[in-house]
Design a protein around this ligand. Structure first.
Ligand code: C2E
Ligand code: MG
Ligand code: MG
Ligand code: MG
Length: 285
C-alpha cells in the first residue's frame, strides 16, 4: 500500500498486480495437479441435536494442502475450481471418498454435502445416484446443502431437481440462510427440509440484540413452516444456551468439534459419550 506513493507508484501498482497474477496462476496450476492426483480430502464436522446432545451426522468440508502453498481455504479453492471447470471433479472425488468412509461406520449418521451452483444441471441426479449405488449408501442418510445462488434465476428447474432428490429419500438444506438477497423467496418457493442459519448471525447472541432477534425470527419462521434448523458456527456456551432456549433443533460449530480428518472421526465417535459440551453430554446412539 505505502509503496503506491513511492518511486513510480504506477509501476509498483503494476508489479503488485503482476505478483497477484503470478500467485493466481500458481494456485490454478497447483489445483489442477491436486485434482489429477485426487489430493482433495473430505473433512467431517459433527452436527449435534441441541436438545439431547446426540450426534446426528457430519457435514463434509473439502480440504486441500498444497505442497508449495500450504493449506488453502475452501472459500478460495472452491471458487477457483468453479471458474476453472474443476468443481465437478472435486465434488465427485470428495463425495466418493466421504461415502466410503461413512459406509464403514457402524451407525446411521447422516452426511451432508455442499453442492456448488455449477452442479445444478441435468447430470446432478445421475451422478448422485451413481455415487449412492457405488457406495451402497442409504439415500436417507444423505443431505445436500445448497445456497440460494444455486437456484436463483431458475426456480422451476431447481424445483424439479430438488423433488427428484427428495424422491430418492435425500434431505435438502438451504445453506447460509439469511445472507442472500432473497432467502425468504427461495424458502417459500422450494421444498427444503432444513435451513442452516449462517454463522455470521450465530455469535454473541446474549450481547448483540440484533443477532438474537434475527436468529429468533428465523427459528420462529422455521417452526411455523415445519422446517428443521441447524445453527452453524456455535462457538460459546452462551450461544448454545440461547439456541437451546429457542428450540433450535441442531447445532454445528467449534464448541462441539472442528472439522476433522476421516481418521479422527472414529476416535471422536468412540469418545463422544465421554464428552461434555456447553454443559451437555454428547451421545452417539
Ligand atoms: P459452509 O458450507 O457454510 O460450511 C461451514 C463453514 O463454517 C466451514 O468453513 C466450517 O469449517 C466453518 N465453521 C464451522 N463451525 C464453525 C465455528 O464454530 N466458527 C467458525 N468461525 N467457523 C465454523 P470451511 O470448511 O472453511 O468452508 C467454507 C465454505 O466453503 C463452506 O461454507 C462451503 O460453502 C464451501 N465448501 C467447503 N467444502 C466444499 C465442497 O466440497 N463443495 C462446495 N461446493 N463447497 C464447499
Ligand atoms: Mg454447508
Ligand atoms: Mg453455511
Ligand atoms: Mg458458506
Amino acid at each position: 500500500q505505502a509503496k503506491q506513493y513511492g518511486r513510480g507508484g504506477y509501476t509498483f501498482y503494476n508489479e503488485d498486480l503482476g505478483d497477484q497474477l503470478k500467485q493466481q496462476a500458481l494456485l490454478e496450476e497447483e489445483l489442477k495437479g491436486a485434482v489429477e492426483r485426487m489430493d482433495i480430502e473430505p473433512f467431517f464436522q459433527p452436527i449435534v441435536d441441541i436438545e439431547n446432545g446426540h450426534v446426528k451426522g457430519f457435514e463434509v468440508l473439502s480440504r486441500w494442502t498444497s505442497p508449495t502453498l500450504g493449506a488453502v481455504p475452501p472459500d478460495i479453492f472452491i471458487t477457483i475450481a468453479e471458474d476453472m471447470g474443476l468443481i465437478d471433479a472435486i465434488t465427485w472425488q470428495v463425495m466418493r471418498k466421504a461415502l466410503k468412509v461413512a459406509a464403514s461406520w457402524d451407525n446411521d449418521l447422516f452426511i451432508a454435502f455442499n453442492m456448488s451452483p455449477h452442479l445444478f444441471n441435468d447430470e446432478l441426479l445421475m451422478n448422485i445416484k451413481w455415487q449412492l449405488s457405488e457406495s451402497k449408501f442409504d439415500p436417507k442418510r444423505m443431505e445436500i446443502e445448497i445456497t440460494e445462488n444455486a437456484v436463483i434465476g431458475n426456480m422451476d428447474e431447481a424445483r424439479v431437481a430438488l423433488d427428484s432428490l427428495k424422491d430418492l429419500g435425500i434431505q435438502v438444506s438451504l445453506d447460509d440462510f439469511g445472507t442472500g438477497f432473497s432467502s425468504l423467496a427461495t424458502l417459500s418457493k422450494l421444498p427444503f427440509d432444513k435451513i442452516k442459519i449462517d454463522k455470521s448471525f450465530v455469535t454473541d447472541l446474549d450481547s448483540m440484540p440484533q443477532n438474537a432477534k434475527i436468529v429468533g425470527a428465523i427459528l420462529a419462521l422455521a417452526k411455523s413452516m415445519e422446517i428443521a434448523v441447524t445453527a452453524e458456527g456455535i462457538e460459546t456456551n452462551d450461544d448454545l444456551n440461547f439456541l437451546s432456549a429457542h428450540e433450535c433443533l441442531q447445532g454445528q460449530g467449534y464448541l462441539f468439534a472442528r472439522p476433522m480428518h476421516a481418521q479422527d472421526v472414529s476416535n471422536f465417535l468412540a469418545d463422544a459419550n465421554e464428552l461434555e459440551r456447553g454443559g451437555k453430554k454428547l451421545r452417539v446412539s
